[in-house]
Design a protein. Structure first.
Length: 603
C-alpha cells in the first residue's frame, strides 16, 4: 500500500476539529470532538493504574505531564487575537471559551485511568505505540488504553496538548473528545552529530524533550567523526586525546544518563560509530597504523587527489588485521552501554585516494591485479559484519546506503542490514527497496536540517565575486549552492510535503520503516542546536506519525500551518529553544499570511 493510500485510508479527522482552538501535533489518526461544551479539570488530576512495574515509567511520565499542564496554563496563540477580518475564506464558528459560556460538563475531570495490556514490552523497534483516549462528557475520568507502556506515554503527550487555560485561572478541554491513534511508521527520528562540535548533555536532554512532545521515538547519535573522538573508552582511554578538550568528553555515566532520560520518554537511542571512513580521531591514538591517510592534505582544491570530502582525512585500514581487533573492543564496550538492539556502523563516503597511503591496501591490490575497490569494500563487509553481529542474537545493523549504492561498494551486503538513504531522493529509495532492503529515509534534498547556511571552509576563493550573477548563470556563491553542497535550506514546508514512497510498488513501500532528519554539526553547537532542529523536526514528526494528507488524499499543509506555528510556541514554553517561523501576526491571525486565496491550492 502506498504512503498516500495509507494516509487516505487511515486518517479520519472529524470536521468538527476546526471548531476548537486546540490542534495536537502530530495530528492523531482518528479524532472526534463533541459539542456539549468545555470539560473543566480539577485542581489535581490523579493517575489511576493497576500497577507500574517498569521502573515507574508511567507514574513519572504522568507527574511530568501534569506538572507541565499546571505550570504552563497553556493558551494557543491564535486565541490571543481575533481572526483577521480579511481572512480569505469563511471561518468555522469557534467553540466559546469558559469566559463567555457558562455551559460546562457536569463533572470536572479528577482522574486519568490507564489500562496497559502488556507492561513488560521492551522499548525496541516495532513496539506497539497505539493508544485510545476517551474524554467524553458526563464523566470525571479520562480513560486511556494502550497495548504497551510506550503507547500510554504517547497518550499523555496528546492529553498534555489538549488541556488549555480557560482564561479565568482554570484548565479545560474545549469539548468532549475521543481519539484512536497509532503511528504510520515505527522508526521516527532525528540524527544528532557530536563529532564535528560537542553537544552538552544538558542540550541533548532538550532535544529529547522536543522529541517526546512531537512523538519522535529514535535519537540516532552520531557519536564521533574524523574531527574529534568525544567518548571515553575503558579499553583505550587514549582515544579521548582527540577530544576537543577535557570538558568535551562523554563518560559512561553521561551516555547512560542520556539513554535513561530518553527511555523515560519512550525514545530509543541508536549510537553510530562511523566506519571505515570518517575515522581518524581516536583510532589513530590507539595505533596509527590502522588509520590510512591521516596526515595527508585533504586535497579538495585538487579534486583528483582528494583523500576526504572534508578536513581532516582518515579512514580505517580495511586490510590491516589489527583494525578488526580494535574495532571489536570499542564496539563491544559501547554495545554494553547502549541497550538498543540496533547499532549504526556507518559505511558512507569511502575515498579511494586515501588508501594510496596504506601499505597494506596497496600490497593487497598488487597481489591480484583483478581486485577493485568494490572487492575492498566487500573485504570490509565480510570481516566487520561478523564482529558487529557477535554481541547479541538480537543485534540488527544500520548502515548508510553508500555501502550498496556508492561507486565503491560491496557487491554482497546482507539484506537484513537496514539502509539509511541520504542521496538522490526517490531514486535511491527505489533502488534499495527493490533489492529487498529495509530503508530509513533521510534524503538530503528534503530532510537534511543543516543545509543552506553557506560553507564553513576558510580562504575559499569562490566567494571572491564582485557581482551577483544572473539566475540563469548561477555560480557557487550567488544564485547557486551558496557555499552549501545541499542547499537550499530545508523549510518545514519542504519536509512536510515529502512523499517518499511516491511511485514505489506496494512491496517496496513495505520496506520503508520510517525516516530520520539529520543535523550535521559543522556549524552547530549548544548555542544553536535547538533552533536548528526545532520546529522543523516536528514537520517530519507528523509526516511519519499520521501523514501529510487528509481523508480525501489531499495535502493538508494549510491545516498543518497553524498546528506547527502553535507547536513552536509550545516547544519554547516547555524549554526547547525552537526558531520562529513567521511574524507573530501570522500566528495570531490564522491564514492571513497564506500565499494563495484558494485554500485547496495545494494537493
Amino acid at each position: 500500500m502506498t504512503y498516500a493510500r495509507l494516509c487516505t485510508v487511515l486518517i479520519a479527522v472529524a470536521s468538527s476539529v476546526a471548531a476548537v482552538k486546540v490542534n495536537p501535533l502530530p495530528a492523531p489518526r482518528h479524532i472526534s470532538w463533541g459539542s456539549s461544551g468545555p470539560k473543566p479539570l480539577s485542581s489535581s488530576v490523579s493517575l489511576r493504574v493497576d500497577e507500574d512495574t517498569d521502573d515507574s515509567i508511567l507514574t513519572n511520565a504522568w507527574d511530568r505531564t501534569w506538572e507541565s499542564i499546571v505550570s504552563l496554563e497553556w493558551v494557543p496563540q491564535a486565541v490571543e487575537a481575533p481572526i483577521s477580518s480579511f481572512e480569505p475564506f469563511p471561518t468555522p464558528t469557534l467553540s466559546p471559551s469558559a469566559a463567555t459560556n457558562k455551559k460546562r460538563a457536569a463533572l470536572p475531570i479528577h482522574f486519568v485511568d490507564v489500562d496497559v495490556e502488556d507492561r513488560d514490552t521492551d522499548l525496541q523497534h516495532g513496539v506497539d505505540e497505539s493508544y485510545t483516549l476517551d474524554a467524553r462528557g458526563g464523566s470525571d475520568t479520562v480513560e486511556i488504553t494502550a497495548k504497551s507502556v510506550w503507547g500510554a506515554l504517547r497518550a499523555f503527550t496528546t492529553f498534555q496538548q489538549l488541556v488549555i487555560s480557560d482564561g479565568n485561572g482554570g484548565l479545560i478541554i474545549e469539548q468532549p473528545v475521543q481519539i484512536k491513534d497509532a503511528p504510520l511508521y515505527p522508526y521516527r527520528g532525528i540524527m544528532m552529530d557530536t563529532g564535528r562540535n560537542f553537544i552538552s548533555v544538558r542540550k541533548i536532554y532538550e532535544q529529547l524533550d522536543g522529541m517526546a512532545l512531537s512523538k519522535l521515538n529514535v535519537l540516532h547519535w552520531h557519536l564521533d567523526d574524523t574531527q574529534s573522538w568525544p567518548v571515553h573508552i575503558d579499553a583505550y582511554p587514549e582515544m579521548t586525546e582527540d577530544a576537543y578538550s577535557a570538558r568535551e568528553i562523554y563518560s559512561h555515566d553521561d551516555l547512560r544518563s542520556v539513554v535513561a532520560y530518553a527511555r523515560a520518554r519512550g525514545i530509543r537511542v541508536i549510537p553510530e560509530v562511523d566506519m571505515p571512513a570518517h575515522s581518524a580521531s581516536g583510532w589513530q591514538q590507539v595505533d596509527p597504523e590502522i588509520v590510512a591517510c591521516a596526515n595527508s592534505w585533504w586535497s579538495n582544491d585538487d579534486w583528483p587527489l582528494h583523500t576526504a570530502v572534508q578536513p581532516n582525512p582518515g579512514q580505517l585500514d580495511i586490510i590491516n588485521p589489527k583494525t578488526y581487533d580494535i574495532i571489536r573492543d570499542v564496539y563491544t564496550e559501547l554495545s554494553g552501554i547502549f541497550p538498543d538492539n540496533w547499532f549504526h556502523v556507518g559505511g558512507d563516503e569511502i575515498m579511494p585516494n586515501c588508501y594510496n597511503f596504506s601499505t597494506y591496501v596497496t600490497e593487497w591490490f598488487a597481489e591480484d591485479d583483478s581486485r577493485t575497490y568494490n572487492d575492498l569494500m566487500q573485504h570490509w563487509v565480510d570481516n566487520a559484519v561478523p564482529i558487529f553481529r557477535s554481541v547479541s542474537e538480537s543485534r540488527r545493523l544500520v548502515m548508510w546506503e553508500d555501502v550498496v549504492l556508492n561507486t565503491e561498494h560491496a557487491d554482497d551486503v546482507p539484506t537484513d542490514i537496514v539502509m539509511q538513504s541520504w542521496n538522490n531522493g526517490l531514486e535511491n529509495i527505489g533502488k534499495l527497496t527493490e533489492n529487498g532492503y529495509d530503508v530509513i529515509v533521510s534524503s538530503s534534498d528534503f530532510l537534511y536540517l543543516d543545509c543552506g547556511h553557506g560553507g564553513y571552509l576558510t580562504n575559499d576563493i569562490r566567494y571572491n565575486e564582485m557581482t551577483n550573477p544572473d539566475v540563469d548563470t548561477p555560480s557557487f556563491n550567488y544564485g547557486g549552492l551558496g557555499g552549501s553542497w545541499c542547499a537550499p535550506y530545508k523549510t518545514w514546508q519542504r519536509i512536510y510535503n515529502y512523499d517518499f514512497t511516491l511511485n514505489l510498488t506496494e512491496n517496496q513501500a513495505e520496506h520503508i520503516i520510517g525516516a530520520t532528519a539529520p543535523l550535521w554539526a559543522e556549524q552547530v553547537d549548544d548555542v544553536n542546536i535547538s533552533n536548528s532542529f526545532w520546529p522543523r523536526a516536528a514537520a517530519l514528526a507528523e509526516l511519519v506519525w499520521s501523514g501529510n494528507r487528509d481523508a480525501n488524499g489531499d495535502k493538508r499543509t494549510t491545516l498543518f500551518t497553524q498546528r506547527i506555528l502553535n507547536f513552536r510556541e509550545y516547544l519554547v514554553a516547555n524549554g526547547v529553544m525552537a526558531a520562529p517561523l513567521v511574524p507573530k501576526y501570522c500566528l495570531q491571525n490564522p491564514h492571513a499570511c497564506d500565499l494563495y486565496y484558494d485554500q485547496t491550492a495545494l494537493h
